[in-house]
Design a protein around this ligand. Structure first.
Ligand SMILES: Cc1cc2nc3c(=O)[nH]c(=O)nc-3n(C[C@H](O)[C@H](O)[C@H](O)COP(=O)(O)OP(=O)(O)OC[C@H]3O[C@@H](n4cnc5c(N)ncnc54)[C@H](O)[C@@H]3O)c2cc1C
Length: 392
């Protein structure tokens, strides 16, 4: 998603862009919901609009989040965020990853300076002083002034150019599934913090259909994954009853959760964006949104440098990108991890403070608004592409 977005942001420019993708072209989204969905911030929507991909998503399938309700399984602490409080029609969107990819790739095809090459296998990467060379298994050899690693958490590019990443496993898995509930979700995203990890119900476009992300400690996740459908539904019902009876649950998938942060986002002739540079816990729905901001910022820096006839692959240009993104990404990494640790702690007294903290924050309008604006991507050093947020 992040690499395709960067290519779109560089569409119609003087640059010649090749996107190298290992997997075959994705089939069009089906009637069945994709198990992978993303909470998309207002800033990401602005970027999608600016690059001309938003209409393609709307035409397929999107859902809005008008409010968000977060509460704890133990205690009475809860907090509710409402889009009306910040004067926006919604707080975020829930969009299937296949819809995002389909719309981005449809847009890519419209640029004559962008080439999408798939499926392929990268054999080798060599970095020279004035270019980066990528050799494919089929023998093709591609050279560019800049190589961008947008190849996800296990980034081969990051490893090939010798950038270290630090981090830790949350020792949790995120179980995802699509569920149908008795009560309509009312376009409210709900997250309940259980002692074994947070469970989120994200509203899809059909009134009774939600996408769940159940982050559970690995042992608990394995237990849940081993259950048959009826037993899993019973466990889900026990953990979450805010939408009445759970009528059906789709097949499940699970992803290990880890925090990683690359020690540098740039090296000679190379830049890292998206999960290749950082991964966060999904509890705040920020991961891919940070990646989209990386891509929009990198595009801005490259186009500005190009306009001044600078070498887009030079470290002085690339460091401008790194300077603008590293601080924001680190702040979000720290915030979501702090949240995870706070809510994962069973130390005496911490539960009381958590509940108190949620209630106090809920009552303090300016703090709540600040959190909402930050989480919606309306605050911070935004790239130009993310700045124009339009009302519906
Ligand atoms: C359970 C769960 C829920 C989440 N929910 C949210 C959410 O609500 N909101 C949010 O913002 N984020 C969310 N995230 C995070 C989000 O999914 C990631 O941040 C996002 O997928 C990262 O996108 P990316 O394009 O950087 O990397 P990826 O999605 O990993 O894409 C990398 C691409 O590179 C390709 N590739 C990899 N290696 C090679 C190679 N050697 N050669 C060629 N191609 C290669 C892959 O095929 C893939 O297409 C969630 C994550 C999880 C696990």
């Amino acid at each position: 998603m992040v690499g395709s977005l960067l290519a779109c942001a560089l569409g119609d420019s003087y640059l010649k862009v090749a996107v190298l993708e290992r997997t075959p072209a994705i089939p069009p989204p089906e009637e069945e919901y994709d198990l992978r969905v993303s909470a998309i911030t207002l800033a990401s929507r602005a970027i999608f609009e600016a690059i001309g991909a938003w209409r393609g998503m709307e035409a397929r399938r999107i859902s809005t989040v008008q409010a968000m309700h977060v509460w704890e399984a133990v205690g009475s602490g809860s907090i509710r965020f409402d889009s009306a409080e910040i004067g926006e029609p919604c707080l975020a969107y829930i969009i299937e990853n296949s819809v995002i990819l389909a719309a981005l790739q449809e847009r890519l095809q419209q640029f004559i300076n962008v080439h999408y090459l798939c499926p392929l296998e990268v054999e080798e990467i060599n970095i020279f002083e004035d270019n980066a060379a990528v050799t494919l298994k089929d023998g093709r050899d591609l050279r560019a002034r800049l190589l961008v690693g947008a190849d996800g958490a296990d980034s081969y590019v990051r490893q090939a150019v010798g950038i270290d990443a630090s981090g830790f496993s949350f020792d949790q898995k995120g179980i995802v599934a699509t569920v149908i509930t008795e009560k309509p979700h009312g376009h409210v995203a709900r997250q309940r913090f259980l002692s074994t990890g947070p469970l989120a119900f994200l509203p899809l476009d059909e009134a009774h259909t939600s996408s769940i992300v159940w982050s559970a400690d690995t042992a608990r996740a394995e237990e849940l994954l081993a259950l048959d459908d009826a037993a899993f539904t019973a466990q889900l019902q026990e953990a979450f009853d805010a939408l009445g009876k759970i009528r059906s649950v789709s097949p499940r998938a699970a992803f290990p959760l880890a925090l990683t942060h690359a020690k540098a986002y740039t090296a000679t002739r190379t830049a890292l964006i998206g999960d290749a540079a950082h991964t966060v816990h999904p509890l705040a729905g920020q991961g891919v949104n940070l990646g989209f901001l990386d891509a929009a910022t990198l595009a801005e820096v490259l186009l500005e440098a190009g306009a001044k006839k600078k070498d887009i692959g030079s470290l002085s240009v690339l460091r401008r990108y790194e300077r603008r993104r590293k601080g924001d990404n680190l702040a979000m990494l720290a915030a979501t991890s702090g949240f995870k640790l706070l809510f994962g702690s069973s130390l005496p007294g911490v539960g009381f403070l958590r509940n108190l903290g949620m209630d106090l924050t809920d009552a303090a309008t300016p703090i709540k608004n600040l959190i909402m604006r930050r989480a919606s991507g309306l605050a911070g050093d935004l790239p130009k592409l993310a700045r124009r947020v339009q009302a519906d």
